[in-house]
Design a protein around this ligand. Structure first.
Ligand SMILES: *Cc1c(COP(=O)(O)O)cnc(C)c1O
Length: 390
């Protein structure tokens, strides 16, 4: 008999009932150190007191009004995002896939508005992940997500991630935009070389295409900068955000320059729930926390400490871990054995990581971790590596 919840996920047999900071407690009373953060979502930890207070206060005032009216919270959050990014304007939605759908529509609309409607192709990277809607599985281009869901949406071309020659060969008078993740997440934590990202910017300009960064996972401090593009010193024309944006409250956003957004007038796009007062109140608090003086410096210092300790530990277990890679608080451990088995064993020992492609176990800890949580994670990793050492 089919379960009452559609069985689209392979779920671990554990249910959590309470969270605080970097810790989760399961219904059977066990405590876990959460270095997955709901896949890079609870970037400020579980039940951050400031976010709890904000949500409770907003819940007593106003939950939802239609986008037919002015939503003050949207204007406040958008102003903060604009003041702290490349962007001039923001569209609010509810998820990463939706943020990318907006980005794709905006790129096509930009070309259409300037009389270049034949430019409707989006060039993406192989191994990309942009979401699970019909549009974003076509953008991701991964067969495992497309199988059985034909016909696939046309208009997406794929080239190997990091290969500039292949990218330049694919650019043409049909290209609307280049769409990449600055660090590929789901396919195994693969950082784009800063020089590659800079050359994507130059090539997009040369060919009259827009540059779109999917920062759904890398954004909101995950790489120890508010946005990952800051590491490369180039800016996109359009950027999608979600995951960490609401600290656990569902919200997404598509940010753009005035030029890229020029075609998106009244009636071109919309969302019933997008940017509702509850989401905006929490998102404003998330931004306030991350923009506090010294916050990101502390994240960078702790990320460097975590990385250094991981490299030292993994060097002692070459038969278990092949490589440590990533950027900031987004770290992949490439496993020699099964990454799924590794994640399961770590969970049994009290540490939550997230599997990714290329046999990688991903560390996506909340950005608020300090020395104590890092030391505890390393102890559990060491114990687990010793268990599986052949
Ligand atoms: C998670 C993710 C998405 C999809 O986000 P949803 O909120 O699940 O729709 C898109 N792009 C990247 C890079 C992601 O990591």
């Amino acid at each position: 008999m089919i379960p009452v919840v559609l069985p689209t996920y392979g779920r671990a047999d554990v249910a959590f009932e309470r969270g605080e900071g970097a810790y989760l407690w399961s219904s059977d009373g066990r405590r876990f150190l959460d270095f997955g953060a709901g896949v890079a979502v609870t970037n400020l930890g579980h039940c951050h007191p400031k976010l709890v207070e904000t949500l409770q206060n907003q819940a007593a005032k106003l939950w939802h009004v239609s986008n037919h009216y002015t939503i003050t919270g949207q204007e406040k959050v958008a102003a903060k995002l604009v003041a702290n990014s490349f962007a001039d304007t923001v569209f609010f939605c509810n998820s990463g896939a939706e943020a990318n759908e907006c980005a794709i529509k905006m790129a096509r609309r930009y070309q259409f508005t300037r009389g270049q409607g034949q430019r409707n192709q989006i060039i993406c990277a192989s191994g990309a992940f942009h979401g699970r809607t019909l549009g974003t599985i076509a953008a991701g281009g991964q067969e495992k997500y497309l199988e059985g869901f034909e016909p696939r949406l046309p208009g997406f071309v794929h080239v190997p991630f990091g290969n500039m020659n292949a990218m330049r060969d694919a650019l043409s008078e049909h290209t609307a935009a280049i769409l990449v993740e600055p660090v590929q997440g789901e396919s195994g934590v693969i950082p784009g070389d800063p020089d590659y990202l800079r050359r994507l910017r130059a090539a997009a300009d040369e060919f009259g295409a827009l540059l779109v960064f999917d920062e759904v996972q890398t954004g909101m401090g995950r790489t120890a900068k508010l946005f990952a593009y800051e590491h490369a010193g180039v800016t996109p024309d359009i950027m999608s955000l979600a995951k960490g944006l609401g600290g656990g409250f569902p919200v997404g956003a598509c940010l753009a320059t005035e030029k890229a957004a020029a075609g998106m007038g009244a009636g071109t796009h919309g969302s019933t729930f997008g940017g509702n007062p509850l989401a905006m109140a929490v998102t404003e608090s998330v931004l306030d926390c991350m923009l506090e003086a010294g916050f990101m410096d502390k994240v960078a210092a702790n990320a460097a400490l975590l990385r250094q300790r991981l490299e030292a530990l993994c060097a002692r277990f070459p038969a278990v871990i092949e490589e440590v890679r990533g950027l900031g608080m987004m770290i992949g451990l490439k496993c020699k054995g099964s990454n799924i088995e590794m994640v399961t064993r770590l969970r049994n020992n009290g540490l939550l990581l997230i599997p990714a492609g290329d046999n990688v176990a991903r560390l996506l800890p909340p950005l608020i971790i300090g020395e104590a949580e890092i030391a505890e994670a390393l102890t559990i990793l060491e114990k687990t590596f010793a268990e599986v050492t052949p």
